[in-house]
Design a protein around this ligand. Sequence first.
Ligand code: GLC
Length: 726
Amino acid sequence: MITVDNQQLSGLLEQMTLEEKIAQMLQLVASYFVGSEDDGQITGPMESLGITEETVNQAGSILGLGGAAKVIQVQQDHLKNDRLGIPMIFMADIVHGYKTIFPIPLAIGCSWDQELAEQSAAIAAKESAVSGLHVTFAPMVDLVRDPRWGRVMESTGEDPYLNSLFARAFVRGFQGEDLTNDVSRVAACVKHFAAYGAGEGGREYNTVDLSERQLREYYLPAYKAALDEGCELVMTSFNTVHGSPATGNRTLMRDLLRAELGFDGVLISDWGAVIELIAHGVAEDESAAAYLAVQAGVDIEMMTSCYVKHLPELVRSGKVEESLIDEAVLRILNLKNKLGLFDNPLRGADPEAERAIVFCDEHRSVSRELASQSCVLLKNTGVLPLQAEQRIALIGPFAQSKDILGSWSWMGAEEDIMTLDTAIQAKAKITSSNVLVAEGSGIDSITETQWKEALDVARQADVIVLAVGESSHMSGEGGSRADIRLPEAQLQLMDHLRTLDKPIVTVVFNGRPLDLQGIHDQADAVLEAWFPGSEGATAITDILYGEVNPSGRLSMSFPHAVGQVPVYYNHFNTGRPQKESEPDNRYSSKYLDIPNEPLFPFGYGLSYTEFKYGEIALSAEGITTDRPLQVTTTITNTGDTAGVEVVQLYIRDITGEVVRPMKELKAFSKVLLQPGESKEVSFTVTEEQLRYHHSDLSYTSDTGEFAVFVGANSRDVSERRFRLLK
Ligand code: GLC
């Protein structure tokens, strides 16, 4: 692919009228181009945007059009109408797959497998690119601690280190090594900058107000990791940061994102986030909103028209320097150039290749592998794995449901999905009479006929597999819930089934950590399946029948109750920590009605085998900047099944200049062990990993005492001490 040089781009810019430049800063949804009744469903039809047909014809980019033939048609039509023949960029939300849908990112976070995550992004890019797309609005790397928020499903979880590793993996997968010449890749857009996951009360689009230290210590690392990996775009977040909405926040965007983090790529607003500066109460009208956003360095306005309607006047009146427009448009033209669009405006769009590549068996098998790595076994009294000869009663609203792709699975087709009953019947390799199916209840409704039919079916079985969960609309954007239990109807179904003296295996489909009271305490086994994607039913069945030994580990804590939220592992000690020796001390940091610890902690997950940890050996009692610490232990598979253990290493800074978390994940290793096999696992802890933001925001380490923990999760660990010396 040939790119033009910067001088040519500057020359192109000089030929553009002010209106043409500003049109480059407009992004509209596909329906403005391919004609459909749902023009701009959130921000109203075109007339409410007050834009002309000419402006649409000059728009710089398009959101949400997929399909090689359609993209080719729209791009070619556009080029006929655009005076200077500047191609459009085609962008869309390919968050966990294009047509081959992978588990939701929160599930991928539980795989702790960056290689598979990178592979999933590379496949998503390949299917997207051949279908005409150039940019994906992913990875979403917002750190999350509040499962009431619907978009926790889109994040990889509560830990900055793990999120950073996944952010890098996704960017590598989407963009590859040579975005210009490798037309099977797409540009990535890390989002949402910044700290969208910290909304008060877990309520969607709510106020975020956190300290600069919290921002830098927990929320910023994953965005920085994506940028360090070369992510081409950043998307603004809807929320405020330090009292100023991100999309109009000059300090956040120009000083932190561009100057400090060195980002010089395209900054795109989230949908409608520019005009929403009015609702936030920082802009009195659309002109003021346009002024704030362009001063903050927002290059593209998504789906509203403050820029096209007001920037020309703002520039002509001298309120906005035209140089601000030029720098924004040059960044957009640079991105188009890096994508090779001036040389080939159709880039990778290829209808014939699309038919062969999209949703091909090879891609689906990767989705199945990743789904089986992402499920987390939360409880098992021994009822799992199932035996093929067992008579199974598959019951619940997800027994035959195709709603297992989760939110942000745009092109994923439900008709391509195998349901759990079909997968179990295929796996059981026995006549279907041994797998009896009854819905038992809906997602949030239950009738006497339903539960009685379920009991009739269950009475005939050896084991009940109860498939429950949230519908995909109960999470994702706009999907905040104040009560994070399963819907009452499903809890009632469990109560009815519990009246039978039959083992119950519960499979949970959900987009967030749930309050599993009424499920985990009643079931003999609980398999957390999340929304497992296109091949989820097969992957779950592989686990239920022991073809795959589950190795998923939670990347986000499960609370005892929603009243415990936010609950996360890297919390502070407080001045009155609850002591094991004095659990009832009233005057300690605790609840009267539930424990402090989560129901299931960060890093937790069971296996069909057991692993034994040896003592922790340290290479020294003290380390320095030049002499890191070697931490070694031996892991043994003491069971009779091969299995993968995720050996986790945490540290604690015993005394800091500010309070320091009880644990911080610093390393982990996925170890495959055959029955009886032992392996030595070694980690290196460096002084750099002990650094943190001090009260003056300096990022340094302190000499003094540290604890190092090694174990199976953030709770079940062994501890040793060491010192950081001068
Ligand atoms: C949505 C989301 C954002 C998405 C964009 C385009 O409102 O917040 O994540 O990329 O609009 O669909």
